[in-house]
Ligand binder design. Structure first.
Ligand code: 13P
Length: 251
């Protein structure tokens, strides 16, 4: 059985005080939760303060990006996977469409970041997804296949078993136009099939595939009833502890 994951990607929101306040409010709301893993991804500047607040709780910490070079080095402005481990992260989001779109991240760079994260003992949450233009051109599966294959290239099955994949159709992010449960299910099943072809059924069966893109308390339940949707990567609705908690309590 795959344990669902509900993860909140805070993007470039919240100063330290507000970030700490958010998790302080979130903790009691989800304290009794055992049916899924709960993850929050604050901006880098708030990681340490949030980590202190999460100690002993059932909420895990994630970062939103990582340098492709692990350890230490001359990489001004970058943060390594080792540093993310040091601050208390268990997960790291890699290859988010906003990074691909605004910072030119390529499939190849995404693959290197995954390698660095795995080396440091982090679990990468690898984002894939097509743009509206690509979907309308009938290219959605071609694009996602390319992204998944590039992300997994050269990885051992045991390494792939440590990944999570987030399917985030770019047209659904921050637009209020969520993919229908059927659309998401179709792509999730396709991703699982591709992963099975690359590293075998066993790893593919255990792989958690999250959906992201305008997830709200009102639409999470229908998404979670689909067999290949194993959780959600939530943007806007994760910023408020009450709405995030409602998503965590999706059943
Ligand atoms: P929204 O939930 O705001 O659409 O963002 C989704 C997302 O990009 C999560 O990583």
């Amino acid at each position: 059985m795959r344990k669902p994951v509900i993860a909140g990607n805070w993007k470039m929101y919240k100063l330290i005080a507000e970030a700490v306040q958010t998790v302080a409010e979130l903790k009691p709301l989800v304290a009794a939760v055992t049916h899924c893993e709960i993850v929050v991804a604050p901006p880098f500047t708030a990681l340490w303060a949030v980590a202190q607040r999460l100690e002993g709780s059932n909420i895990q910490l994630a970062a939103q990006d990582v340098c492709e070079m692990n350890g230490f080095g001359a990489r001004t402005g970058e943060i390594s996977a080792l540093m993310l481990r040091d601050v208390g992260c268990r997960y790291v989001i890699i290859g988010h469409s906003e990074r691909r779109q605004f910072y030119g991240e390529t499939d190849e760079l995404v693959r290197r970041k995954i390698g660095a994260a795995l080396e440091a003992g982090l679990n990468p949450i690898v984002c894939v997804g097509e743009t509206l233009q690509e979907r309308e051109a009938g290219m959605a599966e071609v694009i996602v296949k390319r992204q998944v294959e590039a992300a997994l290239s050269g990885l051992h099955p045991e390494e792939v078993a440590r990944l999570l994949i987030a399917y985030e159709p770019v047209w659904a992010i921050g637009t209020g136009h969520t993919a229908s449960p059927e659309q998401a299910q179709t792509m999730h099943a396709y991703i699982r099939q591709r992963v099975a072809a690359l590293v075998g059924e066993k790893v593919a069966d255990g792989l958690r595939i999250l959906y992201g893109g305008s997830v709200r308390p009102e639409n999470i339940r229908a998404l979670m009833t689909e067999p290949d949707i194993d959780g959600a990567l939530v943007g806007g609705a994760s910023l408020d502890p009450r709405s995030f908690s409602e998503i965590v309590h999706y059943f």
